[in-house]
Design a protein around this ligand. Sequence first.
Ligand SMILES: Nc1nc2c(ncn2[C@@H]2O[C@H](COP(=O)(O)OP(=O)(O)OP(=O)(O)O)[C@@H](O)[C@H]2O)c(=O)[nH]1
Ligand SMILES: [Mg+2]
Length: 471
Amino acid sequence: MQTNFLNTDTICAIATPHGMGAIATVRVSGAKAFPIVATLFQHRGKFLEISEIVSHKAFHGHLINKGELLDEVLVTFFKAPHSFTGEDSAEISVHGSVFVQQKLLQVLIANGCRMADAGEFTRRAFVNGKFDLAQAEAIADLISSESEASHRVAINQLRGGFSKELQVLRSKLLEMTSLMELELDFSEEDVEFADRSQLKALLQEALDKVNRLKDSFRLGNAIKNGVPVAIVGQTNTGKSTLLNALLGEDRAIVSDIAGTTRDTIEETLNVNGILFRFIDTAGLRETEETIEKIGIERSYRKIAEATVVIGMLDATKDAENVLLAAHEILKRIDLEHQQLILCINKVDTLDDQGEALLGQLRADLDNDEIMVICLSAKHKFGLNDLYNTLKHSQPLSYPDVTLVTNVRHYEALLHASDSLGQVQQGLEMNIPTDLVSQDLREAIHYLGTITGEITTDEVLGSIFSRFCVGK
Ligand SMILES: Nc1nc2c(ncn2[C@@H]2O[C@H](COP(=O)(O)OP(=O)(O)OP(=O)(O)O)[C@@H](O)[C@H]2O)c(=O)[nH]1
Ligand SMILES: [Mg+2]
């Protein structure tokens, strides 16, 4: 039960960004929200009676504290349960002076409110059944979304797309357990209620779904925090020049000395609505130099973690060398989960702008999944081709499916997938039904933690404390 979260205090907080602004909004929520606000608020020259309050209507008037005018304001009231929190609530829009905002909070507190904890409004909404935990978390994501893609993912989760998928899954699994447990009750009589082959099919379906969601985390997380794009290649191929060209600023040091970049440099950039995290890395070469070696180790790690890898090739080198370098990079890529874009850089030095080399490389690789483009990072030639290739790269072309973006959800899915795997093994090996159904219950439990059907104070505390005060 979550009754220990039902807090009857009336809470208040500033809901708009801190500091000075044209307008600031202070939120008040709880059983005493209306009486507290009414004692401070004059509408048409007299203090508002609670009976005059109309829900979802803005009242114009004045905030009066101990006979003194504090500000001219708009107050909107929301009657329970038709408010964000599900409680009686009011939103007071004041002029955005920091003094007025702070003073209003002080006055509210003096009249019986308490400062809200971080995320307490959303937490109350969750406790009052306004939405489930995954949706509450989507609100935090929505607020912090910086790109069109992350916004789209958060909106889908907020509208309950993810929760619905989980619900369907959970109820299917519950149905399976009840069938199995019925069988247990009659075990003396050696009855098989659950058709084993039907169970197996259902289980496979559930496992596929859980695994799809689990696997979507790689992309979901990338979209939320910026799709990692590692720029890799031999020294002096122009990786840092490319990073600077993409960002439009001299972020990384560029020089003709091989081994200029020692450490990785990361910067995010919004390209056509998708947030990318470009990572310039230390050039790959044999070296005995300790620091450079560490840098190169890091480059390999960044390749492994990247969703997209830009492999930089140097057009001033002979074709054989370029092909060899391309294969060195390709060796490190998992084409099933990663996109490789090979860039033949410095084509400004070639008469044919790299056309011959491009043909040779494509023929040699003979793989449509690998994109190859010509570039001059220094002269900013071919950047549009790169942007387009990035935008349409395979790992990013997801249809409107649910993407998991939250580590907590990902971990729960991982556990659920493990448990379902155990069930599957158990069914294959004809392990007694009671043991199998225990694993099934475990999987159901983990799925339930995502939407908050099963939760603990500790989990809720850690989720909502990440929200800001006023949310
Ligand atoms: N002509 C030409 N030169 C380029 C181009 N891109 C980079 N360069 C030059 O190549 C040299 C190396 O560039 P960097 O960007 O430092 O190369 P890097 O791959 O980061 O090198 P490391 O950090 O040492 O691995 C510099 O002198 C650049 O000016 C290009 O498109 N055309
Ligand atoms: Mg560099």
